[in-house]
Design a protein around this ligand. Structure first.
Ligand code: ZN
Length: 245
């Protein structure tokens, strides 16, 4: 047995709809077998990432401070050269940021709920919506890091489109990372980097349908190309046991 406890399908709501979060979607892209397991078995709760949460809160306040002046913080001001402006309806944005009132789609036909809090929203010169996410880390983002977040940002765009907004084909990641890890002062300085991520909002429709088909089916079997699947097998835990709980 792997580190999952016997449970009902825990990623379902009381109506039996699959609850899908934008940040979980990369898991599907990475390994459908692990994604199936993650959605069918309860895992030990993760400790809250308090430092990340604090950083997210700081960044929201920072961007809101400049939003009130219809502009971006200095490190993001380069976006204005592209005609991009902040979305200034702070009441609506704060709703989308809240745990209780996030962006959400309920698809009763397929039986899923897509829901997730967005960090920020920007506007193209022509008014199209651009989803954005703050990422804080100890290290500068690696070259290909944006691939981990493309699905997540696409999902925000997909939900905005579903709510009737016209959405851009691009999204942004605002990375903040520790400037100098050898500096012993407690006033930790951060550096930043903006990543453009191309998104194809329409493509998510098919992906969500495929996800529901996968989750409604039985365990797809061990994926030989997945390190995580291989890790469980390597520990002598027959992956087939998963369906015998
Ligand atoms: Zn896997």
């Amino acid at each position: 047995m792997i580190g999952y406890s016997k449970a009902n399908s825990v990623m379902k709501d009381k109506n039996g709809f699959w609850i899908i979060s934008p940040s979980s979607l990369y898991g599907y892209t990475e390994c459908q077998s692990c994604f199936w397991v993650d959605n069918h078995y309860k895992r030990a709760p993760m400790l809250p990432l308090l430092l990340n949460n604090a950083m997210d809160s700081i960044l929201k306040h920072r961007y809101d401070l400049y939003r009130a002046q219809d502009t971006f913080p200095p490190e993001a001001k380069v976006l204005e050269k592209e005609g991009i402006q902040p979305f200034t309806d702070i009441t609506v944005l704060n709703n989308w940021r809240e745990h209780t009132t996030p962006l959400k789609i309920v698809n009763e036909d397929l039986g899923y709920i897509l829901r997730g809090k967005v960090d920020d929203v920007l506007l193209e010169a022509d008014g199209r919506f651009i989803p954005a996410d703050y990422k804080s880390s100890g290290d500068a983002p690696k070259e290909d890091k944006q691939k981990y977040y493309r699905d997540q940002l696409t999902a925000y765009g997909f939900m905005l489109a579903h709510h009737g907004y016209t959405v851009s084909d691009r999204a942004y990641l605002f990375h903040y990372f520790v400037k100098d890890k050898t500096d012993p002062t407690i006033d930790v300085l951060f550096d930043s980097h903006i990543d453009l991520v191309k998104i194809d909002v329409a493509s998510l429709e098919t992906k969500l349908r495929d996800i529901v088909v996968l989750l409604n089916g039985s365990y797809p079997g061990h994926n030989p190309n997945c390190h995580k699947c291989a890790y469980y097998t390597g520990r002598g835990e027959k992956t087939n046991d998963l369906i015998l709980f």
